[in-house]
Design a protein around this ligand. Structure first.
Ligand code: NAP
Length: 506
């Protein structure tokens, strides 16, 4: 893929139409691989947030959108999946030039994953128990009782820059599947693919069902969360901003789901097949230059295998090639920004200062043709202890900390000694041992002899400060509904309603 010469302009997407920000201001989106200006994007205001929420409100309250049958809704989801597949190339381009993700990964995984998500949820919608009939109660008298699952209403989705399109669909797909409407605030580094996605989806759904307001998190993000007409907030981002989102949601007691940061532990047991565990562990940490929330950034290795494992890791890591993400031969692209690059390099410096040993990488890389890009070498530290800054804080870059252990219980104890609980992994030839370890690991997903294996039919989310709630799978449909209990009395005679005697003595 080649970079398009012209700088594109992206207005806001509200009520099925493109429109400029109310103050007509824009902000720049630049390519993190080249530093070149890619697009000018509308800088939304609080007024624009209100417009988008009103459009979503109107579509929810006053159209037939929420009342569609499961079959009609499944058809909508299938049609969205076909529309995404048709626009895959353009979406992959917009995603790559703003996020720095390789087109090899976006086209080879993300687009397919998004298409499959809408199709998977379409199947789930057809089987979903929208109404459950309860048996007649023994007390206080005969009655007919239902539990209905209903859409929540207007949902606000706030998404991060690391996996913008896929994470947006983790919110859009279940929200629409259950009859909600949505307003999305994408990360300011990477709004392009989400805007395009909204345009694509709007060909299939009524105006107002999907809206995108771009602009700064502290302005439009906060306004969206505070808005009294928003019924649910679904946030993915850092734990720090997640805390703020929770505080703001509390103002109007909003249904809130949070997908936050991680510092995921990866344990190699002594009977692991190292020919798979080593490339697998590097796949787990260096994919997308380490900017994936579920990256396995702390690697626990048995004392007596430490040297052979480290030698193998360094050998493999040196083969991972940073390059222009639009080149299909590139293994890893840049990190998102100069600020992020400096933050990662300062963590690498902190690792050295605290006494860890840098055995691989650790420097900025200059990629020919991408001299203004923000590239960092795959970096490995050994002699890391679990109390060091590089083992405790989420670096969100290509940095692996190798930590020794003497027995498995010690490894599990260190693995769980973190505020996070998003993902974890274990490598072993003994499946019983694997389950025993998996049971003890405090994480929302545990991979055995693999990494990054998210499935659209399985829930994803965090334990501890990695979040609240789950995305994908049937659990995500529950997260976009609320339950209503409906009671119909079957006792028409007043004198048989003896429970009224709790109030009336005569
Ligand atoms: P971030 O700084 O927390 O930002 C996430 C989103 O929140 C962006 O759209 C941002 O807008 C917005 N925002 C910032 N301040 C806000 C505020 N005060 N009120 C409302 N919204 C606000 O996270 P990031 O740096 O984009 O993404 C990286 C983080 O996401 C990492 O911690 C990673 O682990 C986490 N993550 C978690 C998952 C998961 O599924 N658990 C998946 C992916 C990423 P602006 O861009 O305009 O600032």
């Amino acid at each position: 893929m080649t970079v398009k010469a012209e700088v594109q302009t992206f207005p806001l997407f509200i009520n099925g139409q493109w429109q400029p920000a109310s103050n007509e201001e824009t902000f720049d989106v630049t390519n993190p691989a080249t530093g070149q200006l890619v697009a000018k994007v509308a800088k939304g205001t609080v007024e624009d947030v209100d417009k988008a929420v009103q459009a979503a409100r109107e579509a929810f309250d006053n159209t037939e959108w929420r009342n569609m049958s499961p079959k009609e809704r499944a058809n909508v989801l299938y049609n969205i999946s076909y529309a995404i597949a048709e626009s895959g190339e353009e979406l992959a381009y917009l995603e790559s030039v703003s996020s720095g993700a390789t087109v090899r990964r976006i086209s080879g995984n993300d687009i397919l994953q998004m298409v499959d998500l809408f199709q998977t949820l379409a199947k789930f919608v057809l089987e979903y128990e929208f109404s459950e009939t309860l048996p007649s109660p023994p007390f206080p008298g005969p009655a007919h009782n239902f539990i209905w699952r209903e859409p929540i209403g207007v949902c606000a989705a706030i998404t991060p820059w690391n996996l913008p399109m896929v994470i947006a669909t983790w919110k859009i797909a279940p929200a629409l599947a259950m009859g909600n409407t949505i307003v999305i605030k994408p990360a300011s580094y990477t709004p392009l693919s989400t805007l395009k996605l909204a345009e694509i989806i709007s060909q299939v759904v009524p105006p107002g069902v999907i809206n995108v307001v771009t602009g700064a998190g502290g302005d439009v993000g906060e306004a969206l969360i505070r808005h009294p007409q928003v019924d649910k907030v679904a946030f993915t981002g850092s734990t720090e901003v997640g805390r703020r989102v929770m505080e703001l949601s509390a103002g109007t007691i909003k249904n809130t789901t949070l997908e936050l940061g991680g510092k995921s532990p990866n344990i190699i047991l002594e009977d692991a097949d190292l020919s798979i565990a080593l490339p697998g562990s590097l796949f787990g940490v260096f994919l997308h230059s380490g900017q994936l929330c579920e990256s396995g950034t702390r690697l626990f290795v048995p004392d007596h295998l430490h040297d052979v494992i480290v030698e193998g890791l360094v050998n493999l890591a040196s083969k991972i090639k940073p390059g222009n993400p639009l080149d299909p031969a590139t293994d890893i692209g840049p990190v998102i920004s100069k600020k992020q690059k400096e933050s990662i390099l300062s963590y690498i410096e902190a690792g050295k200062q605290e006494g860890a040993t840098l055995v691989c990488g650790g420097r900025e890389v200059k990629v020919p043709g991408c001299e203004e890009g923000h590239f960092i070498e795959p970096t490995i530290f050994t002699n890391v202890t679990n109390d060091m800054k590089i083992a405790r804080e989420e670096i969100f870059g290509p940095v692996l900390s190798v930590i020794r252990y003497s027995d498995v219980d010690e490894a599990i104890k260190m693995a769980n000694d973190t505020i996070y609980g998003l993902a974890a992994g274990v490598w072993t030839s003994d499946v019983n041992k694997a389950y025993e370890v998996a049971r003890k690991l405090q994480a929302g997903v545990v991979w055995i002899n693999d990494w990054h294996m998210l499935r659209n039919d399985a829930p994803f989310g965090g334990y501890k400060q990695s979040g609240i709630g789950r995305e994908m799978g049937k659990h995500s449909l529950d997260a976009y509904t609320q339950v209503k209990h409906v009671h119909t009395s079957m006792v028409p005679e007043l004198h048989r309603r003896n429970w009224y005697g709790l109030l009336f003595s005569e």
